[in-house]
Each structure stands twice: as structure tokens, then as C-alpha cells.
Ligand binder design. Structure first.
Ligand code: AMP
Length: 393
């Protein structure tokens, strides 16, 4: 058996999965939280068995050492599991990395050089890569969240600002959640047995993004230079008038870091309704909370607008697919969005839409003529494992 250890390093967290790229099975799933805080938490799941540890975890090196210790102690043994590579999720690859890349010192330096483009994400990714390379003597592969969008056409990735400024500061649309959009759009093609599809994928999790994909090639996406642009998210605003930033500075007296915090952490569903979890927003809306009702309406409005825009960009639509936490689980949201898009020929079958499943599925009515609606659970870890395996082959 060959497996890949997939690592996703955040600023104070380390998520991991031991995955068999062939079968798709996750042999172990875990999360280290609150790294650097007085009390860290490590959760390690193997099947239905969960092991939890609470102790101070000063840095990512210690976090990974603890994780490797747990693999030894409660299993599965990494040696027996045949780990052939470590796959690292890296948020920003800029224009330098459009493919999964086997990591050497130059690649580490290259990812570090992209820190100005992703100051919130790339530093943690670099830290994770450095400590993992020290502790695990197998090839390490970087899989970039931006890579799938390297194919965006120039009009889709160019912002209409001074060209010299844009060039000097590498300002363009990069797009994120690429591993998910690629995995999901490929699953759609497999399930339908067609590679010539005009697809719109809605990745609706805590972060949310839309993509337009034609014949497997990404042609537009809603996130931009950073993951802030586009759809309404749990705590991020998505699209807004850039002059709001000047206004917040000049009139409200907020400095750059305060505006950054406001738009990334205190906006979106949380900003409007005080809650970033869609389940809570939905139940508050059902109880009649006006702020929650408004948050849902704004969230839906933005989605409907993007699907319409991407249908125009694609010159039509064959499949609209929902994925990630909200997209996979919220049947009411799917129904509301699809009903508003009936003019595009989209329709949803209430009984099929209500089914909960981990399998990719069509939720349009049987025999429906016209574009299909699908729900396809995303699996970024499996996609990273498979891409890592391919990169070292
Ligand atoms: P993710 O980032 O993909 O893990 O998605 C997280 C989001 O999915 C959170 O906003 C959750 O509230 C949302 N979510 C999970 N389960 C459900 C559900 N049954 N209904 C609505 N939203 C859900």
C-alpha cells in the first residue's frame, strides 16, 4: 500500500490526513489547534476512534512531532502505511507555480517570496513545509490553491488599474480553492461521462467562491488577488466598492489593519447577522430574526448574480454544481438559488435535493431537458494526495 500524508498548515493550526490516493480512503484524520497559545488541542481520528490531547504546543515543529508520536502510539503506523510523500496545501503560488511541485530549497524560497501576496497564509505554509521536511524523510510536494486558475484568460484576470502599478506589485486575479474547483469539476465530467461541459461550480464553505469552467479549463473565478473578493462568506465581505476602504479610513478613522480585520473577519454573514455559521444563520432566520433573514437574502443575491454572470461568460451552462459545507448540506439554500435561476433552464427535484449523501449526485428532476444541477462533495485532501503522488512518479 502507498499513502500520502497531507498537511494543511494555518497560522495557529495544523490539519492532516493520511490518505490512500488509490482507494481514496482516509486512514487517519487530525487537527492541531491553538498552536502557540497556553493550551493547545490535538485531535486524532482513526475510523470511529478519537484521541484528544490538551497541552501547550509552542510551535508547528512541536505540533508535528506530537502528531507523529500519536501515529506511533495509536496508529496507523506510518511505516506500515507506506507513506511515499507529504503533500502540502499551499495557498498562493502566484504566477510561478501552476503545477504541483516537488519541494527543494529553491521552492521553499519561491513560496517565501510570495508572502507579500498572501501575508495571512503563505508564512504558515512555509513553516509547515520546513518542519515537515526535517521530520519526514520522503519527497514533499506543494499543491497550490491558485494553480487551477492559471488558465484564466487575460481579460478575466486583469484588474482595470494602472498597468505599471499592477505589474510591479503583481496585482491580478489569482483565484483560490482551486484544488476543490478542479476536483469537483472533474468529478462532474466523470459522473456525466462528458469532457465538453460548460460548468459553474459553487464552493460554499466558510470561505466561498464560484468558478466558470469550460471543457475542464477554468475561465473565471470570484476570488481575486486574495480570497476576499467575490461571494458573501462566513466572515468575509466578498465584493464591495473599493471606495468603501477610503471612506472607512477618512470618515470612520480606521487604519489599514483595522479595515483588513473588518472585511476579512467581521463581515459576511457575521457582519450582517452576527453569526458566521450558516446553520445558525438559517435557524435564526427561521425564528424570524430580521438580520439573519437579510444576511441570507444578501448571500443568495450574490450567488444568483454570479451564476448569471458566469453563464454569460461561458455562453451558456450545462451543469451547476454545489460543494463544500453549505453547498453539500443546505438543501434549502440550493432550492432557493436554483428556483431563482429557472430562467436559465435550471430546475431542482425536491425529493432528490433532500437526500443526504457523500456521493456525487444529480438533483435535477428525472428526464429534465436543459442544464443539470449537481451536488458533489469536495475532497481537497484526496486531490492533494493524488496530485502529490503524480508529481513524484
Ligand atoms: P466548510 O468550510 O466547507 O467546512 O463549511 C463550513 C460551513 O458549512 C459552515 O458555515 C457550516 O455552517 C456550513 N454547514 C455545515 N453543515 C450544514 C448544514 N447542514 N446546513 C447548512 N450549513 C451547513
Amino acid at each position: 500500500m502507498s499513502t500520502v500524508l497531507v498537511l494543511n498548515s494555518g497560522s495557529s493550526s495544523l490539519k492532516y490526513q493520511l490518505v490512500s490516493p488509490e482507494s481514496g480512503e482516509a486512514l487517519a484524520v487530525g487537527l492541531v489547534e491553538k498552536i502557540g497559545e497556553p493550551q493547545g488541542i490535538l485531535t486524532h481520528e482513526v475510523g470511529d476512534d478519537e484521541t484528544t490531547r490538551e497541552l501547550p504546543i509552542p510551535d508547528h515543529g512541536e505540533a508535528l512531532r506530537l502528531v507523529l508520536g500519536l501515529f506511533d502510539e495509536v496508529g496507523p503506523s506510518l511505516e506500515k502505511a507506506g507513506v511515499v510523500a507529504v503533500g502540502h496545501r499551499v495557498v498562493h503560488g502566484g504566477t510561478d507555480y501552476s503545477q504541483p511541485t516537488v519541494i527543494d530549497d529553491d521552492v521553499v524560497a519561491g513560496i517565501e517570496a510570495l508572502v507579500p501576496l498572501a501575508p495571512l497564509h503563505n508564512p504558515a505554509n512555509v513553516t509547515g513545509i520546513k518542519v515537515a521536511r526535517e521530520l519526514l524523510d520522503v519527497p514533499h510536494v506543494a499543491v497550490f490553491d491558485t494553480a487551477f486558475f492559471a488558465t484564466l484568460p487575460e481579460p478575466a484576470y486583469t484588474y482595470a488599474i494602472d498597468a505599471d502599478v499592477a505589474k510591479e506589485h503583481r496585482i491580478r486575479r489569482y483565484g483560490f480553492h482551486g484544488t476543490s474547483h478542479q476536483y469537483v469539476s472533474e468529478r462532474v465530467s466523470q459522473v456525466l461521462g462528458r469532457d465538453d461541459l460548460k460548468q459553474i461550480v459553487l464552493h460554499l464553505g466558510n470561505g466561498a467562491s464560484a468558478s466558470a469552467v469550460t471543457s475542464g479549463v477554468a475561465v473565471d473565478t470570484s476570488m481575486g488577488l486574495t480570497p476576499l473578493e467575490g461571494l458573501v462568506m462566513g466572515t468575509r465581505s466578498g465584493d464591495l466598492d473599493p471606495a468603501i476602504v477610503f471612506h472607512l479610513n477618512r470618515v470612520a478613522g480606521l487604519d489599514v489593519d483595522q479595515v483588513d480585520n473588518l472585511l476579512n473577519k467581521q463581515s459576511g454573514l457575521k457582519g450582517i447577522a452576527g453569526r458566521n455559521d450558516m446553520r445558525e444563520v438559517r435557524s435564526a432566520a427561521e425564528a424570524g430574526d430580521p438580520a439573519a433573514l437579510l444576511a441570507l437574502a444578501v448571500y443568495r443575491h450574490r450567488l444568483i448574480k454570479y451564476v448569471g454572470a458566469y453563464a454569460a461568460v461561458l455562453g451558456g451552462i450545462d451543469v451547476l454544481t454545489f460543494t463544500a459545507g453549505v453547498g453539500e448540506n443546505s438543501a434549502p439554500l440550493r432550492a432557493e438559488v436554483v428556483e431563482a435561476l429557472a430562467f436559465l433552464g435550471l430546475a431542482i427535484d425536491p425529493a432528490k435535493n433532500a437526500v443526504r449523501s457523500k456521493e456525487p449526485r444529480v438533483v435535477s428532476p428525472d428526464g429534465h431537458q436543459g442544464p443539470l444541477v449537481m451536488v458533489v462533495p469536495t475532497n481537497e485532501e484526496l486531490a492533494i494526495a493524488r496530485q502529490s503522488m503524480a508529481a513524484i512518479a
